[in-house]
Design a protein around this ligand. Structure first.
Ligand SMILES: CC(C)[C@H](C(=O)O)[C@@H](O)C(=O)O
Ligand code: SF4
Length: 756
């Protein structure tokens, strides 16, 4: 039978297969950043382990760093004001030194968002496996790589063994055929797809994006699509490598050269899915149905064409969906049936690993050219890397954008998640090119609408969400008959561009949700975790009825700055649990009520629990609070994995079973989770549940799987020998193309000479 692209890449990376189907797969490329690595390095240190393949590891800082001018930059210690952010960056630099890793620090033009710099350097290659302690690792799938986010325990596993334990996912294909219209970008395409399949649509799957719409896309556009496959719940997204891919990679500093290049291209071409390959799930979408698209609510699936209106919950038949809609509309501060083009904005953010590449900046500049940011709007542009910033400046894009009143910043994650000073203030509404519109994502109380870079620029200059097709140059403008598949077009008066008065760069630099001292975990020294055993667990179960609980909700960004695994219990569900104005408990929240303050189990009736970010801080927070088992109808993959790595048991049951347990939980009845016999007991009955054999074994015995994998060293070594023979370009190269390790960039060095 024919194989898919995913099958082929998977097969070429299996080091070992256990009886229950769990595989040990080899990881070719490991990207590391400051947020999800401190505890992993500490684990290595405590166990006396080394990084197995420094040549296949690339490190940078991106989440915590300010994006203000670096003219006065000397080092992270003097440059970063906020103590926890500074500690995280300093810790990373110490680890880089200690483990002798390649590092692009803030003084290096190659520094940038981790998912931007990997492809930019040619570190990401077709057919390779890529990991990072970050959910948007899916971005690299645009090259036909198998790339997915992992938690911190898995980061430690990859650092120590260059392998990962995985079960194979299902194959899903999303085919978009036809031509997208002018003004419709790849961001619109992926938002539309998520609107169709939902944020859990890809759960348990690797999505292959196929069809002429993707074939016609540049690599930048493909990266935006694969980037957001995690927002569709998928383990990874992939696009078959083709000439566009090869042209992008050719001559990148770390790309194969000479005869090795030809051999690599030949291999890469063989990775395309076979014509008779089978997919478990197949979705087909017509490109002609896609209009410029944006989100109206607080989940990436809450999408609407720009010509549409906010939905009306009263028309929703499904009560759970109605509740979710009402909650989202209330948070986002919009009435039902509001035309999106009538919605006024306060801020614009053009950046993030979704849309901060050169093509994105070109699209924004095309719309901004000769216009001006609306009087009441603050708009910022944050290039994805120092090299992109330089390229944009060579092309004069910075000039166009600055003249139009945009703030031109330095590379980093910036306002995508506001772990750094770039944040929204409560109630502010932002047109954002990022990927998550979760509650509080860009700052507590902030309201995020996801858009393409062109739509963001259009919103900036009119001050309202605006159909970008009206602002395209005349020759590209089309008749705006495409209103998307579900909504009717409506007319709106555009505000004339007006003079820009208040554009202070520091408008972005207001930290609105630093953790109060009492809730902040003390970030003194890092520590390694021991793996607690799990056999049975009896106790109160806290009932919740929210769908799509994301990990930003479980543990907001300001608590990710710790370099410890402990002390996060008080931050669990922080924004739901505490009033941001007073830091007082909200009595209506379940964990603030008796007996649930002592809950050991959580029963949530909503699906897709733990979606979004890969932050292992989410299970750490549950563990620290005392909750060690979560029962829900379905889970997001990374969160599910992360639980097991911390001695916790997530249990997926049928909706009616969860509803039954929820009823007992509400009545303050205790439940018992019996892992040995695989049943959840409630007064008068029990419900059996599934768990993978290997995971059960590790949980019951409190086994650390790094130690187990290290016993397979011989297998890993022989895989590495085969890898060198078959795919020599996968061994790290230095910047002269020599098959050694990548040149380590000593911390604090003078600016490196750039290779391209
Ligand atoms: C910090 C990291 C764990 C997180 C992720 O995994 O996505 C972040 O990048 C995000 O976008 O929320
Ligand atoms: S999603 Fe945002 S915070 Fe996460 S890696 Fe991308 S830019 Fe950084």
């Amino acid at each position: 039978m024919g194989r898919t692209l995913y099958d082929k890449v998977w097969d070429d990376h299996v080091v070992d297969k256990q009886e229950d189907g769990t595989c040990l797969i080899y990881i070719d490329r490991h990207l590391v950043h400051e947020v999800t690595s401190p505890q992993a390095f500490e684990g290595l240190r405590n166990a006396g382990r080394k990084v197995r393949r420094p040549d296949c590891t690339l490190v940078t800082v991106d989440h915590n760093i300010p994006t203000t001018s670096r003219k006065t930059f000397k080092n992270v210690t003097t440059f970063i004001d906020e103590a926890d952010s500074r500690t995280q960056c300093e810790t990373l630099e110490q680890n880089v030194k200690e483990f002798n890793l390649t590092y692009f620090g803030m003084e290096d033009d190659r520094q940038g968002i981790v998912h931007v710099i990997g492809p930019e350097q040619g570190f990401t290659l077709p057919g390779c496996t890529v990991n990072c302690g970050d959910s948007h690792t899916s971005t690299h799938g645009a090259f036909g790589a198998l790339a997915f986010g992992i938690g911190t325990s898995e980061v430690e596993h990859v650092l120590a063994t260059q392998t990962l334990l995985q079960k194979k996912s299902k194959n899903m294909r999303v085919k978009v055929d036809g031509k997208v219209a002018p003004g419709v970008g790849s961001k619109d395409v992926v938002l539309h797809i998520i609107g169709v399949i939902g944020t859990a649509g890809g759960t348990g799957c690797v999505i292959e994006f196929a069809g002429s719409a993707f074939e016609d896309m540049s690599m930048e556009a493909r990266m935006s699509v694969c980037n957001m496959s995690i927002e569709a719940g998928a383990r990874a997204g992939m696009i078959a490598p083709d000439e566009v891919t090869f042209e992008y990679i050719r001559n990148r500093p770390l790309a194969p050269k000479g005869a090795e290049w030809d051999r690599a291209v030949e291999y890469w071409k063989s990775l395309r899915s076979d014509p008779d390959a089978k997919y478990d799930i197949d979705v087909t979408i017509d490109a002609a149905d896609i209009a410029p698209t944006l989100t109206w609510g607080t989940s990436p699936q809450d999408v609407v064409p720009i010509t549409g209106k906010t939905p009306d919950p009263s028309k929703q038949e499904d009560p759970a969906r109605r509740l979710a809609m009402e909650r989202a509309l209330e948070y986002i501060g919009l009435e039902p049936n509001t035309p999106m083009e009538k919605v006024k904005i306060d801020k614009v953010f053009i950046g993030s690993c979704t849309n901060s590449r050169i093509e994105d900046l070109r699209h924004a500049a095309q719309i901004a050219k000769g216009r001006h940011v609306a009087d009441w709007v603050y708009a910022m542009v944050v290039p994805g890397s120092g090299l992109i910033k330089k390229q944009a400046e060579r092309e004069g894009l910075d000039k166009i954008l600055k003249e139009a009143g945009f703030d031109w910043r330095e590379a980093g994650c910036s306002m995508c998640l506001g772990m750094n000073p770039d944040q929204l203030s409560p109630g502010e509404r932002c047109a954002s090119t990022s990927n998550r519109n979760f509650e509080g994502r860009q700052g507590a109380g902030g309201r995020t609408h996801l858009v393409s870079p062109a739509m963001a620029a259009a919103a900036a200059v009119t001050g309202y969400f605006t159909d970008v097709r009206k602002l395209l140059p005349a020759e590209e403008r089309t008749d705006i008959t495409n209103t998307g598949s579900s909504e009717k077009h409506h007319d709106v008066e555009l505000e004339p561009p007006v003079e820009n008065h208040a554009k202070a760069a520091d408008q972005a630099d207001v930290v609105t949700d630093a953790p109060p001292a009492s809730q902040s975990p003390a970030p003194s020294t890092a520590e390694a975790s021991g793996m607690p055993e799990f056999t049975t667990l009896e106790g109160y179960a806290a009932p919740m009825d929210i769908a799509n609980i994301d990990t930003d909700m479980i543990i907001p960004k300001q608590f990710l700055k710790t370099i410890k695994r402990t002390g996060l219990g008080s931050a669990l569900f922080y924004n739901l649990r505490f009033d941001p104005a007073t830091n007082k408990e909200k009595p209506e929240f379940v964990l603030n009520q008796e007996p649930y303050r002592e809950a050991k189990i959580l029963v949530c009736t909503g699906p897709n629990f733990g979606c979004g970010s890969s932050r292992e801080h989410a299970p750490w927070a549950f563990n620290d609070f005392g909750i060690r088992s979560i029962i829900a109808p379905s889970f997001a993959d990374i969160f599910f994995n992360n639980c097991f790595k911390n001695g916790m048991l997530p249990i997926a049951l049928k909706q009616e079973e969860v509803d039954l347990l929820y009823g007992y939980a509400k009545k303050n009845e205790k439940l018992e989770v019996d892992l040995v016999n695989q049943v959840v007991k409630y007064p008068g009955g029990e419900i059996p549940f599934e768990v993978e054999e290997f995971r059960k074994h590790c949980l019951i015995n409190g086994l650390d799987d790094i130690g187990l994998t290290m016993q397979k060293d011989k297998l890993i070594e022989s895989f590495e020998t085969k890898r060198t023979a078959n795919w020599p370009w996968l061994n790290g190269k230095d910047y002269n193309g020599k098959a050694t390790k990548i040149t380590a960039v000593p911390v604090g060095n003078k600016k490196q000479k750039l290779d391209w």
